[in-house]
Design a protein around this ligand. Structure first.
Ligand code: SAH
Length: 426
């Protein structure tokens, strides 16, 4: 690379739905040599990054401890000083509870200028996703974006906020929801005030709960809603109530636990990082928690990258011979499934095979199958085997082929797993 000026961007990836990212964000992403990705960014947006870009996850989900803020800035500086352009991708808007301001300050202090590209913040997108406008002439003259996370000295002055009579949009408020509700009631807010909580807004697994302030904490906990979620308190929430009153506290989607099988075909010597990037990109809005096993062809038994990847996520690796894969009884195999037999990246049948075996064991014929999101696939098909209905998505990313199969068995929702993963470090 000649001494071209490297560039730095702070980019908002929007609330989740990849189509809610700006054109400017996708264009900047396409120029970056290095992409540093936060939690809550839908990995599908990486389809806009260059195939050879270095993608680094600096969030704390997916089994990684969070990278301290100073470490993230140091990484950015290191790449920039080496002449590489760096895109820092954040969920929603980078300047709304995203620490974008702090990163901008640190870069400025190092003499580096950074372009900020706005994103649609969850505080507007999540209410809108269920029909709530954050302002409305009949209900609120304005809106307050506030974090519910701060305790002690970081605690917002709830009484002062109640006095504004404006819509309250609370980020990171789920873990302390009952305390917040108590504080609002104590400050004189009416127990009849309409409220909404929207989890994973604009993503396929979006869910919400609606109720009056008096019963809100109960309703949310009965619905099993957890983070990430936006809480809306104020008259505007009645617009969702009116439209969708039957949905109070219901669970329209449920949550899939360990229902995905991931088949991986990789080139010789693919690194664990390359495999990780490809899997994340294919998973879309699904998480590593939903993966029950990794499948590959047995000739990959000694691939260090693959073994490392599986070990780092504590995922069991199952290997299948080409004969086993060829013998899968898929009633109506797409051409795509067969096409890849015998090629290095055999994996679509792998995933099918493993998923079919799993659901054989689980024997839950009537459970609804979990649809997989909407990334543009290289090949995608639904197949009926003897016992399982499977939906498969397959992509090729950074030289790694990834196929995902979902089993039909969907274990009951785990209600213990709701409030524990609050996003306290955006
Ligand atoms: N910069 C982000 C906010 C980061 S703080 C933005 O502008 O949206 C993290 C909090 O954002 C979460 O705890 C949750 O309250 C909210 N959040 C982010 N994405 C969300 C989504 N898809 N649905 C609901 N809430 C979301």
């Amino acid at each position: 690379m000649h001494a071209a000026m490297s560039r730095a961007w702070l980019i908002g990836a929007g609330p989740g739905d990849v189509e809610l990212m700006t054109l400017k964000a996708t264009r900047a992403l396409a120029q970056a040599d290095v992409v540093l990705v936060d939690d809550l960014v839908n990995p599908e947006v990486l389809q806009f990054a260059r195939a050879d870009a270095l993608v680094v996850y600096v969030g704390k989900r997916g089994g990684h401890p969070s990278t301290p803020q100073a470490g993230i800035v140091a990484q950015m500086l290191e790449h920039l000083q080496a002449g590489r352009s760096v895109a820092r991708l954040k969920g929603g808007d980078p300047f709304v509870f995203g620490r974008g301001g702090e990163e901008q300050e640190a870069l400025h202090a190092a003499g580096i200028s950074v372009d900020v590209i706005n994103g649609i913040t969850a505080g507007i997108a999540a209410p809108a996703a269920i029909g709530i406008p954050v302002t409305h002439r009949d209900h609120a003259q304005g809106v307050v974006f506030v974090t519910g996370h701060g305790a002690g000295s970081g605690e917002p002055d709830w009484a002062a906020l109640v006095a504004t009579r404006m819509t309250l949009v609370i980020y990171m408020g789920m873990r302390r929801l009952s305390e917040i509700v108590d504080a609002l009631l104590a400050a004189g807010m009416s127990a009849d005030t309409p409220c909404a909580a929207i989890e994973s807004a604009t993503r396929p697994e979006q869910r919400h709960a609606l109720s009056r302030l008096g019963e809100f904490a109960d309703t949310v906990s009965r619905a099993g809603l957890g983070s990430p979620a936006i809480v809306v308190i104020g008259g505007v929430a009645s617009l969702a109530l009116a439209r969708d009153a039957v949905n109070v506290g219901s669970e329209p989607y449920g949550r899939a636990m360990k229902t995905l099988t991931v088949g991986i075909g990789c080139r010789l010597h693919s690194s664990a990082e390359e495999i990780e990037t490809a899997v994340r990109a294919t998973l879309g809005s699904h998480s590593f928690d939903e993966i029950s096993m990794i499948a590959s062809v047995d000739v990959k038994a000694h691939e260090t990258g693959l073994l490392e990847f599986c070990a780092s996520h504590a995922l069991p690796l199952k290997l299948f011979s080409r004969e086993q894969i060829a013998a899968i009884s898929v009633k109506d195999p797409s051409a795509a499934a067969r096409e890849h037999l015998g090629i290095d990246g055999v994996c679509e049948p792998c995933a099918l095979l493993a998923a079919a075996a799993e659901s054989d064991a689980a024997r839950a014929p009537d459970a609804a199958h979990a649809p997989i999101g909407s990334m543009t696939p290289v090949a995608s098909f639904a197949a009926d085997t003897a016992n399982a209905r499977l939906l498969v998505r397959k992509t090729v990313h950074a030289g790694v082929t990834v196929a995902i199969a979902s089993t039909t068995a969907r274990p009951a929702r785990d209600h213990t797993n709701t409030d524990t993963q609050e996003q306290d470090r955006p």
